[in-house]
Design a protein around this ligand. Structure first.
Ligand code: C2E
Ligand code: CA
Ligand code: CA
Length: 836
């Protein structure tokens, strides 16, 4: 076959051809390839010769994935020209489209000898094809896109029609067009809905006029005629009445359009159902009136804080008129009472919650700062963005003033302006808490003015008050800044030293107080001097709570005053023991009566002239199971404080009556027992029924009972004592004034009370006959009592000298150790028998 291809006839032609020409043997191996073919594929002859084109210039699989099985096709039908185009591979890896024509050459028996292949490069055609293809596709896309756009536009149009309808419904709007020439009327859905024409045929002008409220009909018709003549635009408001009788208010805004020769052609317009809007506007108008007349101040600002509206309340409270305020910023009212942080917090709250309320100090036009309760609300638009701020505020200054006043009254003494008991307790409480935290001490000084009562009586109350004020000022001047001076009672003051219990510092403060009292107090051009006595407690040693600290300081002061006025004393462990004992006693005392621990002792009263025992004074004793005999001075005051004195007094009276009866019988004459009555009993008890009860219970003649009442008990209960004494006197009971001379000691005054006996206090008897003053006192009492026909009894007579003096000056009776101490019942009875 090479022979054939290379035959002289064809060789030059084949070698010069501008096509790829190659031959394959029956195994499909290349036996020849022309120069153009070699060049086209970029191979040297030896690289291809004797090899299969498949996998080399023919891809093993074509672009459609088919294996290059052209040899099989040829073997099937060798005479057939097989034409196909495929993408071939050049040596450099690039690809090229080639159109192939293959033809088998067979021998006489029809067996395949060789295959001749002619290929032409069709890459360019292929490229053009591809380009055309892409053009077509592009055009197709374009058409598709346009179609989509059109569809969308149609959809949008439908949607906007719906939207318009919806918008008209929501806005209670409708639009219309009326042809003036033909009378045709176009109405939108919205309009039909408003006029109640839904579903009906499109009405004409007459239908419209019929719906208008009868009272507005003529006017609307006339106006519309005028409008058509005038042309241009218009704005009407009228009422309509629907089929079901509902009334609506309509706002119609329209325009007359002209046609040829400027003739009116049609009216187009919108109508709006403003029924609710109108109601809303009315409401707003009302709200405006309410705002304007409110006592609260109202300010509306725009978003930037520029004032747009203020009401009258604003002007009344701030003093700024509306003209002065409008266009300003509310910080025109700002006081300097808040730090910038305060305002920052306020704005932060407004931004976050849309609301802020609280108390704020502002400043009035006249410069005065005042507290107000302010509530700010952000008014937002439909997007929730604040567009305005509305502030409403109340002037709190009146309320605050009253509160402050109340607070002051509750915590301060009106006269001196010093803290009162309540505040004092609070402060001590606080200081105690701090001391326990910080491991420090504190001190409380109880301070009592000496003899203030006398000064007050002499000056009168008004001047006395002045004196107290000056005194308070002196105290404040003497203490340190951190100390509290409180007025505790009338002339009692308490000083709290909050941070130390160092006695040196407290001593220094006490000294300063004393020194400050050395100067006189000028009142009414006169000079007064005031002394003070003080008692001091230290925390934690003497107490850990306000009440204990004050009570113990009071006690220390009291003990100090007992010794001498003008001194001071620290609360001592001895006092402490007394306090403890007192607390114990109080508990025991409550049970003493039931446990039968009381008994009465009796001390004889002797008539000086006859030396005869004319009676006895009953004196109570408490047989304490552990402490032994407790003297009455220790438990009588306690029983008075606790009120135990009343049941106790009943018991005493009963006992005394029994013994008075016993001894009267024994002696066969009236024997009088006198019973001490405490001031608390005078105050609390109906002595008349108590005594008459006892007398009748024990069938005792009134002459056998005498009541001893101290001067002070009488003075404390003047009115009650007067009537009570009168009744007792009428019953035949003798009343004697105990401890005479220690108190008020006005005999002429005492005459107003039906008393029978005066008991001269032991303190005078003690010093006779050596002390002239006591002598004078005792003799004066005796002679005055004589004048009033009163019996005199001298108490505490211990010796013969005293008795002689008393006898010489005409005293009636004596009582005292000189004759006998108080004796227990049996002993006294024996003594009585003995002496009789
Ligand atoms: P008082 O009524 O002045 O009683 C007289 C006090 O002087 C008694 O003290 C008595 O023991 C005491 N005394 C009498 N003679 C002498 C004397 O020569 N020298 C001295 N140094 N003292 C003498 P007592 O019994 O301790 O009573 C004290 C006070 O207790 C009484 O003073 C009275 O106020 C009150 N008291 C006593 N018993 C009762 C009672 O049964 N009821 C009431 N309410 N008070 C009572
Ligand atoms: Ca007495
Ligand atoms: Ca007495």
């Amino acid at each position: 076959m090479v022979k054939r291809a290379g035959s002289p006839n064809f060789r030059g032609l084949v070698e010069a051809a501008n096509s790829i020409i190659l031959s394959l043997d029956r195994e499909g191996k290349i036996t020849y390839i022309n120069p153009f073919g070699l060049k086209f594929f970029g191979y040297a002859p030896e690289e291809l010769m004797g090899r299969s084109p498949v996998g080399r210039i023919v891809p093993e699989r074509n672009s459609r994935g088919k294996s290059a099985g052209f040899m099989a096709d040829i073997l099937d039908d060798p005479e057939h020209y097989a034409c196909h185009a495929n993408e071939n591979i050049k040596k450099d890896g690039t690809r090229a489209w080639v159109s192939w024509t293959n033809k088998g050459i067979v021998d006489d028996q029809g067996d395949l000898l060789e295959v001749l292949c002619v290929g032409n490069d069709i890459s360019q055609i292929k490229a053009m094809e591809a380009e055309l293809d892409s053009h077509r596709r592009h055009l197709e896309d374009l058409v598709k896109e346009r179609t989509r756009e059109l569809e969308k536009a149609t959809e949008t149009l439908a949607l906007s029609r719906d939207r318009l309808r919806e918008a008209q419904r929501i806005g209670r709007l409708g639009d219309f067009e009326r042809d003036i020439v033909t009378g045709a009327l176009y109405c939108s859905h919205g309009l039909n809905r408003i006029f109640g024409w839904e579903g009906s045929d499109c009405p004409g002008y007459q239908d419209f006029i019929d719906v208008v409220h009868p009272e507005d009909r003529e006017w609307v018709d006339g106006e519309l005629s005028k409008i058509i003549k005038k042309k241009g635009d218009y704005d009407l408001e009228y009422r309509i009445v629907l089929g079901d009788g509902r009334e609506k208010i309509i706002n119609e805004i329209g325009e007359v359009q002209t046609g040829d020769k400027n003739m009116p052609r049609k009216i187009t317009g919108i109508i709006q159902d403003i029924t609710e809007l109108k109601a809303f506007r009315d409401e707003i108008e009302l709200a405006g009136k309410v705002f304007d007349n409110a006592v609260e101040g109202v300010v509306v600002t725009d978003r930037e804080g520029t004032i747009e509206f203020v009401n009258k309340g604003f002007t009344i409270i701030t003093g700024y008129s509306a003209e002065e305020a409008l266009g300003q910023n509310p910080n025109m009212l700002k006081s300097d009472r808040h730090d910038p942080q305060f305002y920052e917090d306020m704005w932060a709250a407004l931004e976050q919650d849309g609301h802020w309320a609280g108390e704020i100090w502002n400043r009035r036009k006249n410069g005065e700062a005042y507290p107000e309760w302010l509530s700010i609300t952000a008014i937002t638009n439909y997007q929730g963005t604040p567009v305005r701020y509305m502030s409403v505020f109340n002037d709190l200054s009146d309320i605050r003033e009253r509160e402050e006043q109340l607070l002051f009254q509750a915590n301060y003494d009106a006269l001196t302006g010093l803290p009162n008991r309540t505040l004092l307790r609070d402060r001590i409480q606080m200081a105690v808490r701090r001391t326990s935290r910080e491991d420090m001490g504190l001190a409380v000084i109880f301070l009592d003015m000496d003899d203030f009562k006398h000064v007050n009586d002499a000056l009168g109350h008004a001047k006395g008050d002045l004196l107290l004020q000056q005194f308070a000022g002196r105290l404040l001047g003497a203490v340190r800044e951190q100390d509290t001076v409180a007025r505790y009672g009338g002339d009692e003051f308490v000083i709290l030293i909050p941070d130390t219990n160092d006695t040196d510092i407290i001593g220094m403060i006490i000294d300063r107080i004393k020194t400050s009292m050395e100067r006189s107090f000028p009142i009414d051009g006169k000079e007064f001097f005031l002394g003070v006595t003080m008692g001091v407690t230290l925390c934690p040693r003497d107490g850990k709570d306000p009440d204990t600290l004050i009570a113990n300081a009071d006690m220390a002061m009291y003990r100090s005053k007992e010794k001498a006025k003008g001194g001071y004393a620290f609360f001592t462990s001895e006092l402490n023991r007394q306090v403890a004992r007192r607390v114990e006693l109080e508990t025991d005392l409550r049970h003493a009566l039931a446990r039968n621990e009381f008994s009465l002792f009796y001390q004889p009263k002797v008539a000086i002239s006859s030396r005869e025992i004319v009676g006895a004074e009953a004196l109570i004793r408490w047989m304490h199971p552990e402490k032994g005999i407790v003297p009455p001075n220790e438990f009588i005051p306690l029983s008075e404080e606790t009120g135990l004195i009343n049941p106790m007094g009943e018991w005493i009276l009963d006992q005394a009556c029994i013994m008075a009866g016993t001894w009267s019988k024994m002696l066969n004459r009236y024997f009088t027992v006198s019973v001490n009555i405490s001031s608390r009993q005078v105050r609390d008890v109906d002595l008349v029924s108590l005594v008459s009860g006892a007398l009748s219970r024990h069938q005792l003649p009134a002459a056998c009972l005498e009541l001893e009442i101290t001067e002070s008990a009488v003075m404390e209960n003047v009115d009650k004592a007067k009537t009570m004494f009168r009744s007792l006197h009428d019953m035949g009971i003798k009343i004697s004034i105990d401890d005479f001379g220690t108190g008020f000691s006005s005999l002429s005054y005492l005459r107003l009370f039906p008393v029978s006996v005066l008991k001269i206090d032991k303190s005078f008897v003690d010093d006779i006959p050596r002390d002239p003053d006591s002598n004078t006192m005792v003799t004066t009492i005796i002679s005055m009592a004589d004048n009033l026909n009163l019996t005199t009894v001298a108490e505490g007579v211990e010796n013969k000298e005293q008795m002689d003096f008393l006898e010489a000056h005409g005293c009636s009776q004596i009582q005292g150790y000189y004759f006998s101490p108080p004796l227990p019942e049996e002993k006294f009875q024996a003594f009585l028998k003995d002496r009789d």
